[in-house]
Design a protein around this ligand. Structure first.
Ligand code: EAX
Length: 325
């Protein structure tokens, strides 16, 4: 009798206390290595969530392409084998075509305008639309304005881009954009150091932090500050996983990611000038004031492309253009 009572009581204690002991592991994927833009956001999120949930959540960061390319991480998030990701906007457009409006050429005059649009109703509506493809969009962190590097020649005007073999992200939009600019675009996952070193491709385009962190100055001679598109990350979770969490946890995750993204954007912006100085010091030939009018003219017909025909894409583009004014 005593023994039974003891077993029942112990079982009850386990049942009551169990959930408090069980940590929920969140697998979070980033393609980049520690110190990179995505990782700064991922690490800030981990720190905030683990502290504020008093250890209920444990965030495991899978970085340095250990889960594959950004496209492959997104597929794993859709399957919930990975719950979260800090992923560059580019590859999203294969999943959700309207995501391509973030990188519409020369859309944002500066980072503050990007914040205004992405944190405002247009950006928030885009995050909401990710639900249609099984993801919950939490926030936008920042990759930054993208600039072109190459090994053939200094790019001063768009005519200098003609025929360059440029690596682009695994994105339908970026491929078309570079075709329009006159290059020979080759979509590839990240990283691409070896391809640049071996000369399989002539160049690539990325924000200054990425160029510096991946030491592309060792394998690229010319840098031109084109800032042709703004590149965000979209910070996402698997939708179903997120929806099954208790409301308080959802709220906490949302808050921690918003704060991590804010911190990360500030980090990126306060370091840009330094990255540029370092790239110059390392010997890159930098064109700081290219003829951007020639670039703008060359892409002026981009809205006529099939990529922008879908009414959902049209609608979102309209909202982004309006909000960015
Ligand atoms: O974030 O693939 C890309 O060009 C991304 O910008 C890269 O992963 C760095």
């Amino acid at each position: 009798m005593h023994r039974r009572w003891w077993i029942a009581t112990t079982a009850l204690i386990f049942a009551l206390c169990g959930p408090a002991w069980a940590k929920t592991e969140i697998k979070l994927g980033v393609v980049t290595k520690p110190g990179s833009a995505q990782n700064i956001c991922a690490e800030a999120f981990k720190e905030l969530l683990e502290a504020r949930s008093q250890g209920k959540f444990e965030v495991s960061i899978y970085h340095s392409a250990s889960l594959g390319t950004e496209t492959e991480i997104l597929e794993q998030i859709q399957m919930n084998s990975v719950q979260m990701g800090i992923i560059t906007d580019g590859p999203f457009d294969v999943f959700l075509p309207q995501a391509r409006v973030i990188s519409y050429p020369f859309l944002f005059a500066d980072a503050q305008t990007a914040d205004k649009v992405l944190d405002g109703p247009a950006g928030q509506e885009l995050l909401k639309q990710l639900e249609a493809v099984g993801m919950k969009g939490l926030a936008f962190s920042e990759n930054g304005f993208r600039h072109i590097t190459n090994n053939r020649r200094a790019v001063n005007t768009v005519a200098d881009v003609a025929g360059l073999k440029i690596r682009v992200m695994e994105s339908m939009f970026h491929k078309e954009l570079w075709r329009l600019l006159g290059a020979n675009p080759t979509p590839m996952g990240w990283p691409i150091y070896t391809e640049l070193q071996q000369g399989t491709i002539d160049g690539q385009e990325n924000p200054l932090s990425v160029i510096w962190n991946y030491r592309l100055q060792e394998v690229q001679k010319y840098l031109t500050l084109t800032g042709h598109v703004y590149s965000s990350h979209i910070d996402v979770t698997n939708l179903k996983w997120f929806q099954e969490l208790p409301p308080a946890d959802r709220e906490l995750i949302q808050q921690c990611m918003a704060e991590a993204a804010r911190r990360q954007r500030a980090w990126n912006r306060s370091n840009e000038a330094d990255f540029l100085a370092k790239l110059k010091e390392a010997g890159m030939t930098v064109v700081e004031h290219p003829d951007l009018t020639s670039f703008r003219e060359k892409v002026s017909g981009i809205r006529e492309l099939d990529l922008f025909k879908d009414p959902k894409v049209q609608d979102m583009l309209q909202k982004f253009l309006q909000a960015a004014k």
